[in-house]
Design a protein around this ligand. Structure first.
Ligand code: GDP
Ligand code: IMO
Ligand code: MG
Length: 423
């Protein structure tokens, strides 16, 4: 038995979906512990692509139950649409899906507030899915939980309270809010559909641990988007780091056996905020095109740049990583040389620490590239020498092993050197 946490080590989109799907071959349960429909996790199996935003990425494995933990913010309309999309593909999600009664509900006014703010001067490039305002309601202790949603009267009261709190904010932003009835009228049908899936998720996870099941905790977003540890204020509103698995799934730190960091072989970021190794040139465009770096939720072109080792050492420390999954190595094939940021220069001084404002000049080292296509590589030994050296260089810089190397989008396009689910 093992409980393993998967966490993004960069700014999200590192390939968490693919790796969770792959590891689920040996998992009895997958728990999403943070975030909401701002996430887009891509699974590619036998040429068929599935993008999940709320449903855990283990859902394609029929033997596995999937849990939406209390750390999440859930837009029920998006969730039900996702379940229907899976149904159409012959994936019966409903019977294996459990939704925490303590998770918070994204309602239309959250999306209105998010969108209004994003059209103003303080925009940070959110996904406009209502995630930030929903977490604000949670912290302000006026949120609508999934448990509340199951009770029409309680929902009515909670929505009234939230709408009156948001009214002056929305008026100041020049927008307008729906009425209480407009919000609640649509919730009856949603309530009925969701009810069979709603449960005390933390208890269900605990029972799985007691029964010695294999459990995967699926993170969303990434370390540098974490509300506490990311490049604030250009972050999301949840605990995206490994600590979030404890609060977001309802387990104690002593119940976690391993934490795997997801590391893309280069760096990307969607939305605003500092990005020391960003490439605004032809190389950046090549990485974007070759890596298909366009947002899976919003379709926005992702910003691209070189690998940032100080940022990854930070992620290794903050998450207590035991190993990492190194994705998209194939995207670097064809580059003559690779630049890697090994430290920063801040106010003329060399440092490993990104300052609070995230403004730092990267200090680069150059590594040899390789030309070969990696699609036929099924072991570390079969990788071109320069590609293998690149992986080894990152292992050395972080002091942890690469347990997996990604060589393509497909589930099968993966070199696995160690599976933390198998103990
Ligand atoms: P997530 O949010 O971390 O789950 O990542 P996304 O799914 O948003 O973005 C990662 C993208 O890279 C998706 O299109 C994946 O199919 C793709 N991907 C994942 N691993 C690999 C890999 O090793 N090689 C290539 N070429 N693509 C990959
Ligand atoms: P996955 O799980 C990449 C970014 C947004 C924006 C900031 C705040 O697919 O890796 P929000 O809508 O959360 O209030 O936006 O966070 N962001 C992500 N970037 N991948 C994600 O998720 C993201 N989720 C949020 O682009 O900069
Ligand atoms: Mg994504």
């Amino acid at each position: 038995m093992a409980t393993v946490v998967i966490v993004g080590a960069q700014w999200g989109d590192e390939g968490k979906g693919k790796v969770v799907d792959l590891y689920t071959a040996n998992a009895d349960m997958v728990v999403r512990y943070a975030g909401g429909p701002n996430a887009g996790h891509t699974l590619v199996v036998g040429g068929e692509k599935t993008i999940v935003r709320l449903v855990p990425s283990g859902i394609l494995h029929e033997q596995t139950s999937c849990v939406l933990g209390q750390g999440m913010v859930i837009d029920p309309t998006v969730l039900l649409a996702e379940i229907e999309m899976l149904d159409k593909r012959g994936v019966t999600a409903r019977k294996r899906l459990w939704v925490s009664d303590r998770a918070h509900v994204i309602l239309p006014y959250h999306i209105i507030v998010d969108s209004l703010r994003e059209s103003g001067l303080n925009a940070i490039g959110t996904t406009k899915r209502g995630v930030g305002p929903c977490y604000e309601d949670k912290i302000a202790r006026r949120g609508v939980t999934i448990g509340t949603l199951m009770d029409a009267q309680k929902t009515q009261k909670a929505v009234e309270q939230a709408l009156s709190a948001w009214a002056p904010v929305v008026a100041a932003l020049g927008g307008s809010l729906p009425t209480v009835a407009e919000v609640t009228d649509k919730l009856g049908a949603i309530r009925e559909e969701l009810a069979p899936m709603v449960c005390d998720a933390a208890k269900r996870v605990h029972e799985a641990i007691v029964a010695k099941k294999n459990i995967l905790m699926e993170g969303a977003q990434g370390t540098l988007l974490d509300i506490d540890h990311g490049t604030y204020p250009f972050v999301t509103s949840s605990t995206a780091t490994a600590g979030g698995a404890c609060t977001g799934a309802g387990i104690g730190p002593t119940q976690i056996d391993a934490v795997v960091g997801l590391v893309k072989a280069y760096t990307t970021r969607v939305g605003g905020g500092p990005f020391p190794t960003e490439l605004n040139d032809a190389t950046g465009e090549r990485l974007r095109q070759r890596g298909g770096e366009f947002g899976s939720v919003t379709g926005r072109p992702r910003r691209t740049g070189w690998l940032d080792l100080p940022a990854l050492r930070y992620a290794t420390r903050i998450n207590g990583l035991n190993g990492f999954a190194f994705t998209k190595l194939d995207v670097l094939s064809g580059e003559d040389t690779l630049q890697v940021c090994t430290s920063y220069k801040v106010n003329g001084k060399v440092t490993d620490d990104l300052p609070l404002d995230g403004i730092a000049e990267p200090v680069y080292e150059t590594f040899a590239g390789w030309k070969e296509d990696l699609s036929s590589c099924s072991s570390m030994e079969s990788l071109p020498g320069a590609a293998r050296d690149y992986v080894r260089m990152v292992e050395k810089a972080l002091g942890i092993p690469a347990w997996l190397v990604g060589t393509g989008q497909e589930r099968a396009a993966t070199i696995v050197t160690h599976d933390p689910m198998v103990r």
